[in-house]
Write a protein that binds this ligand. Structure first.
Ligand code: ATP
Ligand code: ZN
Ligand code: MG
Length: 303
């Protein structure tokens, strides 16, 4: 194999990822999906006894909830909105004319719909739970999975624009949610070990936009609010975040009105698995042909 060939090109050549002509937007082969399915079963084995309530939302969310979340304050550069044609027949004619001539941007008259693309699997959950009423004193636990959109086109196969995030979200007291987060950090390390992946865990921050964002990022780090589980994929020097462990304190509780039975504001934490990244870490570490993977790894994933 030519040493210059990038990991992305090797994934295309092997048919594991399917080119679409857009960076970070890929089809995936049956084999690739099979690895993700098997890894999700492993997640179920580790988390299944906790009694989390499973919910699956589509990859778009209510725009009003997205606006209220404050996502545009923190990450305007990553957001994706869904716009549609809402005109009459005359507008349609000028739209087609515009597309035909190709000089003007035909999307300029598209109107925002009530849907935006989900930026993280847990975003639709908070307003849903707030609507239900009080959170029981023993805390509450949810199991989510969603395609997520982030506008961060890249040649790095581990940085995609549409990717799947599996998440567990805990709501409760500070102790509930920090214990939850710690137990998933331990489980994450164990799970990755079971599938033959070398990991490190490090404190991290979200890519808050702009100069004011720099302060938010520093604060997040100083307070140990975000940790990442890192695995080398495209670089050993800069390993890739394949899981993240986020403690929101009572920020989401206050924002969404998540109240405990005793009247206090709920604390929340979420743990996210980057499913494509984990599959890519497995292919990078064990080779592009699953048949050649170490026997113990195959056994962990497929029994
Ligand atoms: P990074 O620092 O690499 O941008 P992140 O901090 O933005 O990652 P989170 O917002 O914590 O990641 O998202 C949860 C998980 O989703 C991450 O741990 C990662 O595994 C996965 N993930 C995030 N962004 C992407 C992406 N662009 N492509 C694929 N997976 C992603
Ligand atoms: Zn989350
Ligand atoms: Mg990111």
């Amino acid at each position: 194999m030519d040493m210059q060939t990038s990991f992305l090109d090797r994934l295309f050549d092997a048919g594991l990822l399917i080119e679409t002509g857009v960076e970070g937007l890929y089809g995936r082969s049956g084999q690739f999906e099979d690895v993700i399915t098997a890894f999700e079963r492993l997640i179920d084995r580790f988390g299944g006894a906790d009694g989390a309530e499973a919910m699956r939302f589509p990859p778009g969310m209510n725009r009003a909830f997205f606006e209220k979340s404050g996502y545009m304050k923190s990450f305007p550069q990553l957001a994706g909105t869904v716009h549609s044609f809402c005109g009459n027949e005359l507008d349609h004619m000028s739209l087609l004319q515009c597309m035909e001539v190709g000089e003007e941007d035909w999307t300029k008259d598209q109107k925002a719909t009530d849907i935006v693309l989900t930026p993280a699997a847990c975003y639709p959950l908070y307003p849903t739970i707030a609507r239900r009423g009080l959170i029981p004193a023993k805390g509450a636990l949810y199991d989510l999975q969603s395609y997520c959109f982030r506008h961060e086109p890249s040649q790095d196969p581990a940085r995609q624009q549409l990717f799947r995030m599996r998440e567990y979200v805990c709501m409760g007291t500070e102790t509930h949610v920090t214990d939850f987060r710690q137990s998933w950090m331990d489980r994450g390390v164990q799970m990755m070990k079971d599938v033959g992946l070398e990991v490190t865990i490090d404190v991290a921050n979200d890519p808050f936009f702009g100069r004011a964002g720099r302060m938010l990022a520093n604060n997040q780090r100083d307070q140990n609010l975000k940790f990442e589980l890192l695995i080398p994929i495209t670089s050993v020097a800069k390993p890739t975040a394949c899981m993240s462990f986020n403690y929101h304190q009572d920020a989401f509780g206050s924002k969404w009105g998540l109240m405990m039975e005793d009247g206090s504001v709920a604390h929340t934490a979420c743990v996210g698995f980057g499913l494509e990244r984990i599959a890519l870490a497995l292919f990078h570490t064990h080779g592009l042909d699953v048949a050649d993977w170490p026997e113990n790894v195959r056994k962990t994933l497929w029994g």
